[in-house]
Write a protein that binds this ligand. Structure first.
Ligand SMILES: NC(=O)c1ccc[n+]([C@@H]2O[C@H](COP(=O)([O-])OP(=O)(O)OC[C@H]3O[C@@H](n4cnc5c(N)ncnc54)[C@H](OP(=O)(O)O)[C@@H]3O)[C@@H](O)[C@H]2O)c1
Length: 257
């Protein structure tokens, strides 16, 4: 919190999933800088604890919640803990995701389940559990608006060879987000889809070595986006005036074709 009492998200509470690294971690720190109390959720609690320290060290308030959001009960518990600790929920960033690339023929379908269960179902469970609280915040909160931000991907817009199931998961969450947007927008809950291109995070590191090698070659010499670029985009979305809903942002490194 840079300017206590006068920051744009003062008096609001945010929940960020996938906050132990990359885009989620930086987004949580940025929302805290803007005055929000922040609940950070993921599985690696040591990383979450370090983030909470980083936020509280700057005068903010934060809570770490261990949650595997592919388990609906844990997604619900993360939302419940946020509301129990800070009393409300104004902003949710459903960001946890995994990208496991490869051809469909001869695929290890365990990888498919990991992506669908996290990128699609995990984000849907989070949104569903948070929705009643977001509706209440929009109705009674200081800003008279609430936000669900979903981290999709350029892969949610553009299909690539070797990215079929990641594409399916991100196209799927895009469809869900648009349906939800239509359902709740007249009650002042904004649903926004963020669609990054290549961002320098841990995301690629979960792939098989040969896939990592192909990605390294594809992005060689390209200056990738930083997590902070996406965090600043999300900050813009959630601090926009209440009459303005940024529905979708596609953001690529300048040199990504
Ligand atoms: N980096 C890119 O180029 C890029 C581009 C477009 C879209 N995206 C999207 O951006 C989002 C964030 O990814 P990132 O790039 O920041 O990668 P990252 O650094 O790998 O972050 C992924 C986050 O998801 C969490 N996560 C993984 N499995 C989880 C589970 N079962 N339950 C709860 N949290 C879980 C991880 O934490 P734990 O392991 O501690 O649980 C981590 O905090 C993803 O949805 C990704 O698809 C990234």
């Amino acid at each position: 919190m840079a300017n206590p009492g006068n920051d744009p998200l003062d008096g609001t509470v945010a929940l960020v999933t996938g906050a132990s690294s990359g885009i989620g971690e930086q987004t949580a720190a940025t929302l805290a800088e803007l005055g929000a109390d922040v609940v950070v959720a993921a599985r690696r609690t040591d990383r979450l604890d370090a983030l909470v320290e980083r936020i509280t060290g700057k005068g903010g308030r934060a809570l770490a919640v261990a949650a595997d959001v592919t388990d609906e009960a844990q997604a619900v518990a993360a939302v419940t803990q946020a509301v129990e600790r800070f009393g409300r929920l104004d902003t949710v960033v459903a960001n946890a995701g995994v990208m496991l690339l490869g051809q469909i023929e001869d695929a290890d379908t365990t990888e498919w389940r990991r992506m669908i269960e996290l990128n699609l179902l995990g984000a849907m469970y989070t949104a569903h559990a948070a929705l009643p609280h977001l509706l209440t915040a929009a109705e009674t909160g200081p800003r008279q608006v609430a936000d669900l931000v979903v981290t999709s991907s350029v892969a949610g817009r553009q299909v690539r060879l070797g990215s079929g199931v990641y594409n399916a998961s991100k196209h799927g969450i895009g469809a869900f987000a648009e349906a939800l947007r239509m359902e709740v927008t007249q009650r002042q809950v904004r649903v926004s889809l963020i669609e990054p291109g290549a961002v320098e995070t841990e995301l690629a590191s979960h792939n098989r070595p040969e896939v990592q090698e192909r990605m390294k070659q594809r992005f060689a010499g390209m200056e990738r986006l930083q997590a902070d670029d996406i965090a600043r985009t999300i900050a813009f979305v959630v601090t926009s005036p209440r009459h303005m809903a940024v529905n979708e942002v596609l953001i690529r490194p300048t040199r990504q074709q």
